[in-house]
Design a protein around this ligand. Structure first.
Ligand code: 5GP
Length: 201
C-alpha cells in the first residue's frame, strides 16, 4: 500500500514554504514532483520543483494513461504520474503531494488510505495582502485568484485536516504531528507486526 499525504490550499496560503520546512526536518518524507505545462519561474528547477513539459507532451501522457491524477489549473495542465508514485512510495517513505482540490479527489478515490490536509489562509484580507506582494496591483488576475481561493476553501470538509496558516512555524509543527500519526497507521506497521509474529520462542 502506498503512503501518501496530500496538501492542498489556495495559492498564497503558504503551502510551499510549509512543505519545504517539513522536508528539511524529515528523512522519511519524499516530495512528489508533478508534471506541468506552465512556465518555469525564477529559482525553480526542472525535475526538482516540477517536470516542465509542453502541452502536446502532457496530452500524450494523458492518452497513454500515465497519470494517477491530473487537472487543468489556471489554464495549465498539472499532474502526478504513475511512475512518480510507484518509484517514490514503494519503500517505507511517505510521499507528500502538493496538488489542487480536483487532484485530491482523484487521489482519495485511488488511494483511500491517503491523508488529505487543507491549508487555509488566516483571513481573506491576509491572503489578498500576500498575493498583492506577488502581483503588486489589485488586478483582474488577482481578483480571480481570490475567488478561486474561496471556491477551494468551500471544499474543506472533503479533507481529513484543516490547518489555518497563521504562523508558518506553528503550522509546520502541527503538520509534522499529523505526519507522525500517519506514520504509525496500522497499514504501515504490518511488516513490523509480521516480523514479531514470525519469532520462534
Ligand atoms: P503553481 O503553479 O503555483 O506551482 O501551482 C498551482 C496549483 O496547482 C497549486 O494549487 C498546486 O497545488 C496545484 N498543483 C501542482 N501540481 C499538481 C498536480 O500534479 N496535480 C494537481 N491536480 N494540481 C497540482
Amino acid at each position: 500500500m502506498n503512503s501518501i499525504i496530500v496538501i492542498s490550499g489556495p495559492s498564497g496560503c503558504g503551502k510551499s514554504t510549509l512543505i519545504r520546512k517539513i522536508l528539511q526536518w524529515r528523512k522519511d518524507l519524499v516530495f512528489s514532483v508533478s508534471h506541468t505545462t506552465r512556465q518555469m519561474r525564477d529559482r525553480e528547477a526542472d525535475g526538482k520543483d516540477y517536470h516542465f513539459i509542453s502541452k502536446p507532451e502532457f496530452e500524450l501522457m494523458i492518452k497513454g494513461n500515465r497519470f494517477v491524477e491530473w487537472a487543468l489549473v489556471h489554464e495549465n495542465y498539472y499532474g502526478t504520474s504513475i511512475d512518480e508514485i510507484h518509484s517514490k512510495s514503494a519503500g517505507r517513505e511517505i510521499l507528500i503531494l502538493d496538488i489542487d482540490v480536483q487532484g485530491a479527489k482523484q487521489i482519495r478515490k485511488k488511494f483511500p488510505e491517503a491523508h488529505l490536509v487543507f491549508v487555509a489562509p488566516p483571513s481573506m484580507e491576509e491572503l489578498q495582502r500576500r498575493l498583492l506582494k506577488r502581483e503588486k496591483t489589485l488586478n483582474d488576475h488577482l481578483r480571480r485568484r481570490l475567488d478561486e481561493a474561496k471556491k477551494e476553501m468551500r471544499e474543506y470538509l472533503f479533507y481529513d485536516y484543516v490547518l489555518v496558516n497563521n504562523d508558518v512555524d506553528i503550522t509546520a509543527r502541527v503538520l509534522n504531528g499529523i505526519i507522525n500519526a500517519y506514520r504509525y497507521r496500522s497499514f504501515r506497521q504490518g511488516w513490523l507486526v509480521e516480523r514479531i509474529l514470525k519469532e520462534r520462542l
